[in-house]
Design a protein around this ligand. Structure first.
Ligand SMILES: [Zn+2]
Ligand SMILES: [Zn+2]
Length: 221
């Protein structure tokens, strides 16, 4: 690790991460709250019709597009009203992890990987619930609940995979073939020469392939 990177990390831990921050609590909030919402929505389903199941793949694709656009634009360019995403991602996350140093070192470093709880609540309340209510109104209650369940499950998938890319590559989860391949793509994205142009999907590179921003090499260069 270069001296400037290690100095940045030390400064970030000292000046940005609140003293009372607990990585494990952050992890529990993200996955505990997210799973609770998913389970609650699934328990509300009643006699789902064959066509209603289409909500799952359609929401998956919608979430993949939202991930792509959100990362490509709001997280890599300052957008009015969403500047906090740009500052946290381009300003902090990309400085904290270079393509040569992708691993976090302590549980406190989870602060720079996971979305803060307030943003997670914002996403669910502002993006997931209103669309779920609209779909319920337009189609059926099952469609609304399936939408919210899939959207929140996708968000958890995002957090889990992104966390895996910044954990030691030789962990059990990190060695899974899919995670290893996707980590290579995200590692390329962390190269400052590539980050504004390539690999904006954090999970499955569907939109990257569709919009011509898919970049694959062996990972570290
Ligand atoms: Zn990252
Ligand atoms: Zn990025």
């Amino acid at each position: 690790m270069t001296q400037s990177l290690s100095e940045y990390r030390e400064r970030y831990r000292r000046e940005v991460i609140p003293e009372n921050y607990r990585g494990v609590a952050h992890l529990c909030f993200t996955f505990g709250t997210g799973l609770a919402v998913v389970v609650y929505c699934l328990l509300q389903l009643t006699r789902v019709q064959p066509l209603e199941w289409l909500t799952l793949p359609l929401t998956f694709l919608y979430a993949n597009l939202a991930e792509y656009l959100g990362h490509r634009f709001a997280m890599h360019r300052p957008v009015r009203g969403l500047k906090i995403l740009f500052e946290r991602h381009a300003g902090q996350h990309h400085r904290f992890f270079s393509h040569r140093d992708m691993e976090l070192e302590t549980l406190r470093d989870l602060r720079v990987v996971l979305f803060p709880p307030v943003l997670m609540v914002f996403f669910v309340v502002v993006f997931a619930f209103p669309v779920g209510i609209l779909l319920t109104w337009l189609f059926a209650e099952n469609v609304g609940f399936l939408f919210v369940a899939t959207a929140v499950a996708y968000f958890l998938n995002y957090e889990l995979f992104h966390l895996a890319y910044h954990m030691p590559a030789d962990s059990w989860f990190g060695r899974r073939r899919l995670v290893a391949v996707l980590r290579g793509l995200h590692t390329n994205h962390h190269d400052v020469r590539l980050m504004s142009r390539w690999n904006f999907n954090i999970t499955y590179p569907i939109c990257d392939a569709a919009f011509g921003s898919f970049y694959k090499t062996g990972g570290k260069s």
